[in-house]
Ligand binder design. Sequence first.
Ligand SMILES: Cc1cc2nc3c(=O)[nH]c(=O)nc-3n(C[C@H](O)[C@H](O)[C@H](O)COP(=O)(O)OP(=O)(O)OC[C@H]3O[C@@H](n4cnc5c(N)ncnc54)[C@H](O)[C@@H]3O)c2cc1C
Length: 569
Amino acid sequence: MSIAELADCDVLVVGSGPTGLLAACELLRRGIGVRIIDRALAPSTAPKALSLWPRALDILTELGLGEQVRQASTRIDAFSYYSERRPLATFRFTPELASRILPQPATERLLTERLHALGGEIERGVRLLAVDEPAASGDLRQSDAVEVLLQHSDGDLERARVPFLIGADGASSTVRGQLGSAFQGSTYEQSFALVDTRIDGELPADQVQYYQAPTGTLVIVPAPGGVFRFLTVLPPDVTEVSVPMMQSILDERGPRGIRITEPVWQTIFRVHARQATDFRRGRIFLMGDAAHVHSPAGGQGLNNGLQDAHNLGWKLAAVIRGESPAALLDSYQPERIAATRRIVRDTDVQTRAWMVKGRPQLLARDAAFRLLEATGAVSRWYAPVMAGRRLAYPPVRPSQRPASNSCGLRRRLPSGLRLGAVLPQRLLAGATPATPSEWTLAVLAGSTGNDWLADPDWLAAGRPLRIVRLPADAAAALDCASPGYYLVRPDGHIAAHGHAEDVDRLAAELDAVLYRQTQSAQAQGRSDSARQGRSDTAKVRQEPARRPADPTAGRTVEYTHDAVEYAHG
Ligand SMILES: Cc1cc2nc3c(=O)[nH]c(=O)nc-3n(C[C@H](O)[C@H](O)[C@H](O)COP(=O)(O)OP(=O)(O)OC[C@H]3O[C@@H](n4cnc5c(N)ncnc54)[C@H](O)[C@@H]3O)c2cc1C
């Protein structure tokens, strides 16, 4: 048995499902050394997840996969509900909020191609068996690595020490088991069955249809290539999925005249609503199905895993590169646990609606759907939630908020844009694109132009911080009357907002999240921390941000963020 010593790897990713693949890509594109392993000898061909919602599409677009996803997928413009075959309600999605349908193997293939282009390679047939001393406290200074035991497909055992470990190893996660993290929640009593098939007959290719009947709900999802997914809760006396069984449910509840002709996949599965009590312990992180599982209602599972990977990738890279303090990693768990709790709750409500039994309950459910359609509540309020457009990571430090209440609720920017939400990218159109590790300081200067907002460049000195001057008409989109700023994280979320008088708050916030380094210290710190994976102990020279007495003095600082070279290793 060999013991690999920290090797040239900063992070070991366990699992090459969509979550692990995205995590690896997010790290690799920021110059981090990644090893990604999977116990399976070949990629899975099961088309489990079909839906990609707009926020997931943003994430894939950022990775350079947007066009390929759009070309390979189909768009869903509406969810249509029927009650005993009578039209009940239709909820339409605007193109900006519509989901795309792409079978999971295609999403994984695109991510794998991107991984290869970034220099990564999945080590297949390598299983994580154990994690040593996983229960160590969350304090990174107590250790400099995680020790893992791996088994190769030929039986060889390998011990490896890695600075950071990501468990993206699915619902039965070994990493989660080794951490001793509970998987709290419940399992639905009923089993679910699905058949993916080509059909004889006509069904809309741009709508998900829900055929609700007293015996249960049949969901029909159109997929690319003329394939349709028929999904239902299994009748109590049925234990196996078969085409005749699904055909008889389709005949009983669904649209008339549809024949299942060419099944491509069928399966039966139990549905759980569970989430791990810990998404992180010290140098070990859980994400994707390893951290949470929920009903396929609403098609959120894969999307949520991608959001975990997107949330952690830039943070871990910034800490390893010595650009940010290790405390940045502390936000991963609370941010993702809160987001997941909401998804588990919402998908549970939808799943229970599928399982309603009894005439009074059915009538109440149908009335609720009619009301939702009449009020437009789903299209207006819930569609943005499903699309991932309402996701916001609430501020935890006073320096993230403006001191005054002059733009309404301090936690909430007017026009529904919340502090912690994603800043609409169209506001940054025309600016030089950010590098993957760059933060953005978007400033809206006042008409007089005589405060620091007119010349904020000094704040970026020694930091990976892009300054973008917002045009005056952006105020209408942001609906914040005061001149001010929006500090945006590399993942697009607004980390802080304030006004002209809040410059000290902004400086404090920048100090909390980004080291300010001299050029030489930065280069040194980055290579040390990346090589050793001891980012928290890497000694980089940190200087407090100093506002120049004369704002124009910012132009003369010898080192600017534009000079940073973002790759290492
Ligand atoms: C029937 C069905 C329908 C679904 N529909 C949707 C949908 O429409 N939309 C949606 O968003 N989601 C859907 N989901 C959920 C979605 O498939 C999952 O959320 C998604 O696969 C999770 O991705 P992951 O990368 O976290 O985990 P997985 O895809 O499970 O990948 C985990 C990987 O880890 C590997 N692994 C496991 N243990 C080890 C180990 N010890 N060592 C090394 N490797 C290991 C496995 O081989 C696997 O490749 C559906 C799920 C099912 C079952």
